[in-house]
Ligand binder design. Structure first.
Ligand code: NHR
Ligand code: GAR
Length: 206
């Protein structure tokens, strides 16, 4: 079962996913200048650009995206720094296969600009969350999380870099679970059907 990765920019999570040996069938971006596309091309991964500005509506954009995704018949669709909100129809079509990494410890700090908001709130732990995508933004069932400390004097960029290192650890692992059929959603919560899952303690690297 292969994976389609959706990006909008740099693509460091895409690189971590590929480096983990996960089968990336295609990389799709809503921005032609996304650096992650270059990485994909260099690695012989199929790429596509669906420029959101050229579509009259979110529905039309999502339809065009879905046509490309469906050609790959992927086992999972992974958002990796993808910045466009999906319509409920798109989410329903890929229910249970659509997954995101979000740069906060959800349900804290959904939405954008999470690192600056975490600093402003004065939280002492921050982190990242892998979750299934549902129609409610950043509120789908949680698959995995990693925490990092917020250090005195941190800038948003420093904090983001610390979180990003953990994203690169937990996202490939969560995607392997999804592709391996190890994730079960029960009552809006995720159970990992893997005897080794309990061994994975994600520790901060201060
Ligand atoms: N779509 C749905 N329906 N549900 C979710 O949970 C989604 C989603 C699409 C993307 C990722 C999310 C994140 O990890 C994500 C989760 C973009 C925005 C946003 O405001 C918010 C959250 C996320 C991604 N996007 C603006 C929009 O109008 C555009 C912002 C921009 O281009 O910079 O789509 O944080
Ligand atoms: C990551 O930190 C990801 O969690 C975040 O953007 C960065 C993308 O980096 N995602 C969002 O903010 C989604 N709205 P990458 O392109 O290097 O993987």
């Amino acid at each position: 079962m292969s994976l389609v990765v959706l990006i909008s920019g740099r693509g460091s999570n895409l690189q971590a996913i590929a480096a983990a040996g996960l089968p990336v069938a295609a990389v799709i971006s809503n921005r032609a200048d996304a650096a992650g596309l270059e990485f994909a091309r260099r690695h012989g991964i199929e790429t596509a650009v669906v420029p959101h500005r050229e579509f009259p509506s979110r529905e039309a954009f999502d339809e065009a995206l879905a046509r490309i995704v469906d050609r790959c018949a992927p086992g999972a669709i992974a958002l990796a720094g993808f910045m466009r909100i999906f319509t409920p129809g798109f989410v329903a079509r890929y229910a249970g296969r659509l997954i995101n990494i979000h740069p906060s410890l959800l349900p804290a700090f959904p939405g954008l600009d999470t690192h600056a908001r975490a600093l402003a709130a004065g939280v002492k732990l921050h982190g990242c969350t892998v979750h299934f995508v549902t129609a409610d933004l950043d509120q789908g069932p949680i698959v995995a999380q990693a925490a990092v400390p917020v250090l005195t004097g941190d800038t948003a960029a420093e904090l983001a870099a610390r979180v990003l290192r953990q994203e690169h650890v937990i996202y490939p692992r969560a995607l392997a679970w999804l592709l391996g059929g190890k994730l079960v959603i029960e009552d809006g919560r995720v159970r990992v059907n893997d005897s080794h899952a309990a061994q994975f303690v994600f520790s901060p690297d201060a």
